[in-house]
Design a protein around this ligand. Sequence first.
Ligand SMILES: Nc1ncnc2c1ncn2[C@@H]1O[C@H](COP(=O)(O)OP(=O)(O)OP(=O)(O)O)[C@@H](O)[C@H]1O
Ligand SMILES: [Mg+2]
Length: 283
Amino acid sequence: MSMDRFNPLLSVENLVVEYGTPGSGFKALSGVSIDVGKGECVGVVGESGSGKSTLGKAILGLAPVTSGRIVFDGEDITQLKGAARRRLASSVQVVFQDPYGSLDPTMTVGDILAEPLEAAGKGRRAARSAVGEMIERVRLPQAAIDRYPSEFSGGQRQRIAIARALVRKPRLVVCDEPVSALDLTTQAAVIDLFIELQRDTGVSYLFVSHDLGVVRRICHRVAVMKRGEVVEFGDGEQVTRSPVHPYSARLLLASPVADPIAQAQRRAAWLQLRESDVATPAR
Ligand SMILES: Nc1ncnc2c1ncn2[C@@H]1O[C@H](COP(=O)(O)OP(=O)(O)OP(=O)(O)O)[C@@H](O)[C@H]1O
Ligand SMILES: [Mg+2]
């Protein structure tokens, strides 16, 4: 499935989010505008506290919007509440950094994945078959269905969280630092999974990360946030390699290594050197 940037699935227009008393609270977002095309991955980077998660939460209806609009597939969803908001959950899903906190430890993986399908009215057998298919898509063994989240590694748990987000066939997934807690090798494998699932299903991602190397691998376009504002929004390659805004350039310099795979390879090579008892290379 191909990416269609000129036919936005999501558009965020001049969004203001204020925590505390409206009018005199703290503005976590002060006039943010971005859009995400069908099948597109848009990255959101910026230092801690710049408002990345707040943007994701606003789209999910979890942050207080003071002004501006969020339009999803032609519908204004800015202030959607109750049943209408719950209905939107089949189209807009989320994957968080910490799957431990978001996967019910008392439920088997099969039940975790089947629950939203059955809640949406799917019969038990149809739900089970969709779950089996999803488990295969995220490359977990079928036996995972009868196990509990605690029996899996961090990377596997993130695959479960991805499966749960995608099992309802959403059109947009808000991903908030979904690989930040993983070691570099696992990170690379999970990023590849995100890319593959997007290619196969045409789902769109809003991909929040503080890591420019990660967004460079997966995102078509990247927005750079600073203190509640988007200071730069453009082609992913360009923004992460030769940014226009001085703040983005500083962020690029602050990011330790651009490419997680290259870093993993360098680290492995260095460890091998040490193990073979060669003198520590000069830095
Ligand atoms: N519920 C809340 N009430 C009050 N202030 C909040 C709330 N949530 C976030 N903030 C503030 O809003 C600002 C933006 O927070 P946000 O979590 O969006 O940043 P972030 O870019 O995701 O940071 P990080 O990279 O650390 O996750 C921060 O100053 C934060 O302290
Ligand atoms: Mg955050």
